[in-house]
Design a protein around this ligand. Structure first.
Ligand SMILES: Nc1ncnc2c1ncn2[C@@H]1O[C@H](COP(=O)(O)OP(=O)(O)OP(=O)(O)O)[C@@H](O)[C@H]1O
Ligand SMILES: [Mg+2]
Length: 322
């Protein structure tokens, strides 16, 4: 078995937060230390070449995990390795790409200049930068914005230039903290496609997200965090219940009297422009309904068993965070 590219063992992080407490009536103000357990003994592995999604609601601890792996903050206890080496190893840092959650950009640099500057920070020679930067601008769809100052970029364009920055050194593993946040559906799809193309080139992608449908579409495996603790880890089809949750029946031209009867046994009922959607929980009732539609002047458009989605899993397993 090859060593996992990321190994996280019993990682715990407790932040100390200074809170100003007031006691009314006695006019007393004191400074209290409040401990926040952001990570509670987290253990997980990421394998080379996979797209790994770290999922969880706001405050679950996703950014904390990524910041520890990037060496930006230190764990309270536990440890992690990247490429088999302890955190902070310089040779490892050279093979990592990172897009932070709220990247800070120099407004007055143009797209090309920004990448050129970061290329210099990576120690890339002028020749290499001249070749690599146009390739990356092309990859993230910003060739025509190369000469535009970053202050004129939209949120989606900034996210994409940030991604290009994370890929400058052809990293073996890329860490992306919420790469799709704030993007419209087109922008999110572009980021998804980019992540898939990185995997095709053999890179490992570790990204965090709370946009479940995006993760569902591309992850080989996911870890689900809640309040700093691991709820589950594995391939999505292992995590999500294989159980069929409901049956969706779509039909058209169904006589109104029959629609009324079928509506009564449906858990969900939606009139669309041309068709009607009935959602039924029990299989035998769903089959009866299909037969009745077929034997009526109406037409059955589709009959689809529906499995649990990641969103339903979340709602079933994760308490709402405070
Ligand atoms: N510097 C800090 N000082 C004190 N508490 C912190 C600090 N950074 C994070 N926390 C707390 O730690 C917990 C985990 O935060 P973290 O940012 O890792 O969550 P997250 O999963 O990335 O959330 P989001 O989806 O909102 O980005 C939260 O309760 C947060 O308030
Ligand atoms: Mg975060």
């Amino acid at each position: 078995m090859p060593v996992p590219i990321v190994q996280i063992r019993n990682l715990t992080k407790i932040y100390i937060r200074d809170v100003i407490g007031t006691e009314f009536g006695r006019l007393k103000i004191r400074l209290k230390n409040r401990k926040v357990a952001a990570l509670k003994s987290l253990t997980l592995d990421v394998n080379e070449g996979e797209i790994f999604g770290l999922l969880g609601p706001n405050g679950a601890g996703k950014t904390t995990v990524i910041k520890i792996l990037m060496g930006l903050i230190f764990p309270t206890s536990g440890f992690a390795t990247l490429m088999g080496k302890p955190l902070g190893d310089k040779s490892v840092k050279a093979s990592i790409g990172f897009l932070p959650e709220n990247p800070y950009f120099y407004d007055y640099l143009k797209g090309y200049e920004f990448l050129n500057y970061y290329g210099q920070l990576y120690g890339m020679g002028a020749e290499k930068r001249r070749k690599k930067i146009p390739e990356l601008l092309e990859l993230v769809g910003l060739t025509s914005a190369a000469d535009l100052p970053l202050k004129g970029y939209s949120k989606g364009m900034l996210q994409r230039i940030g991604l290009a920055q994370a890929l400058l050194n052809d990293p073996r593993i890329v860490f992306l903290d919420e790469p799709q946040s704030g993007l419209d559906p087109f922008g999110r799809k572009e980021v998804r496609d980019l992540i898939l193309s990185l995997k095709e080139r053999g890179a490992t992608v570790f990204f965090s997200s709370h946009i479940l449908s995006d993760a569902e579409a591309i992850c080989d495996r996911v870890a689900i965090l809640s309040k700093g603790a691991l709820v589950n880890v594995g391939a999505l089809d292992e995590i999500l219940s294989a159980r069929i949750k409901a049956y969706e029946i779509e039909a058209m031209d169904v006589p109104e009297a029959l629609v009324g009867e079928l509506e009564k046994i449906s858990v969900q009922f939606v009139r669309r422009t041309k068709t009607i959607l009935f959602v039924i929980e029990k299989e035998d009732l769903a089959e009866q309904m299909v037969k009745r539609i077929i034997n009526s002047p109406g037409r059955l458009v589709s009959y689809t068993p529906r499995r649990e989605t990641l969103e339903e899993y979340f709602i079933r397993n994760i308490e709402k965070q405070q």
